[in-house]
Design a protein around this ligand. Structure first.
Ligand code: CP3
Length: 353
């Protein structure tokens, strides 16, 4: 489906900022905005399992629109999960209440050969269908983000069998079996490239790559096992999209990778996400002339309204109001009050640009 068949975009603040233009107000969206902090999502989850929502375009669309109906956000993000890629490779993933994602049979050196790379991206066409439907239902109100997990982060979940406090099982491969680790990272990179291109073809207007487990690496490990793959993803996706006459900006969010911000700014991503641990002024210096996105501590939204306003003002002062997209410095917490989220968004839109 050609992008021109969708309703015209009414709020292009984020896209303008990415082009280097000055918007009328600072744009804002929130990582994990389509998730558990919304009472209507919790109600919805009583009727549907997590992956049923991901795999059913009508349901994924409905959840994607929930925060857009409630708040004056400047972007939507398609409801899905980073772990749909391991699923498409034939690795079973369960979403367990109170635990999060669990991979009952973690990847081993012996099971690399069982990964089903062929056709993996097309087994994710249901995400494309959800994107297409959501673009239509959004009616051009705000742009729609597509996303994926980055290779190292997905590798970590696959080897650990879920989340981990140390990622020591996954890091063991990096030190003991680097060639096998690279083989898996390569497979993931190939699937990610096709998957992101597919999302853009179905109508995603911005693509964000989540390297959520960057914090477990140091600069040297990140340079060997993350950065080259992230670079290849960006370059290949852009190349393939250009061949299809599509131009979709790309965002990299490497959580906890303050040590590599200067290295990241040498990649061709249009925007770099900054996590909440980095001081805005330092992030600016390290990322040179890149557009940046972030980075209020998600816990700052527990503060009273006046404090949220003050913190938003300080953050905007630190980043400056050009080349800047406001977000939290990681995903929003499930127990966040809806009123505080409103206060955050209002505070951002009230900043003088
Ligand atoms: O941002 C959005 O609102 C879009 C949807 C989205 C989800 N997951 C839905 C979700 C996005 C962008 C993600 C990305 C994701 N998933 C990441 C990268 C971002 C980050 O936070 O670093 C990671 C690491 C995952 C893996 C994952 N999925 C974890 C660790 C968990 C459990 C923790 C949690 O936040 O709940 C999930 C589950 C998940 N993904 C939920 C939602 C709405 C809650 C599950 C439920 O409803 O039971």
């Amino acid at each position: 489906m050609a992008a021109t068949e969708f309703p015209a975009l009414q709020n292009d603040r984020i896209l303008r900022v990415i082009k280097g233009e000055k918007p009328d107000k600072l744009p804002v969206w929130i990582m994990r905005q389509a998730g558990r902090f919304l009472p209507e999502f919790r109600e919805f989850r009583k009727q549907h399992s997590f992956f049923e929502i991901c795999q059913t375009p009508e349901l994924a669309c409905e959840v994607t629109l929930m925060p857009i109906k409630r708040f004056d956000l400047d972007a939507a993000i398609i409801f899905s999960d980073i772990l749909v890629i391991p699923q498409a490779l034939g690795v079973a993933v369960e979403m367990r209440p109170e635990v999060g994602p669990v991979i009952p049979k973690p990847l081993t050196l012996d099971t690399i050969k069982d990964l089903k790379e062929d056709g993996a991206a097309s087994r994710l066409n249901y995400v494309g269908e959800a994107i297409k439907l959501t673009r239509k239902e959004l009616g051009g109100k705000v742009p729609l983000f597509g996303f994926c997990g980055a290779p190292w982060t997905l590798f970590g979940y696959m080897v650990e069998g879920g989340g981990s406090k140390t990622m020591s099982k996954a890091k063991k491969w990096l030190y003991k079996n680097p060639d096998e680790a690279k083989k898996v990272l390569d497979i993931l990179t190939n699937v990610i490239i096709d998957y992101l291109v597919m999302q853009a073809e179905y109508g995603a207007q911005i693509l964000q790559v989540f390297e959520s487990s960057a914090e477990y690496l140091n600069r040297q490990l990140f340079s060997t096992f993350a950065l080259p793959y992230l670079g290849r993803i960006c370059d290949q996706v852009k190349l393939k999209l250009k061949e299809k006459n599509l131009d979709v900006p790309m965002v990299l969010f490497a959580k906890g990778a303050h040590f590599s911000l200067a290295d990241q700014s040498n990649l061709n991503y249009d925007v770099l996400g900054i996590d909440w641990t980095v001081e805005p002024k330092i992030a600016r210096t390290l990322t040179k002339d890149k557009v940046v996105q972030g980075n209020l501590d998600p816990c700052a939204l527990y503060a009273p309204k006046e404090e949220i306003e003050k913190l938003v003002g300080e953050m905007a002062k630190g980043f400056g109001t050009s080349k800047y997209i406001v977000n939290l410095g990681h995903g929003i917490y499930p127990d966040m009050e809806v009123e505080n989220v409103k206060a955050f968004i209002e505070a951002v839109h009230n900043v003088q640009v």
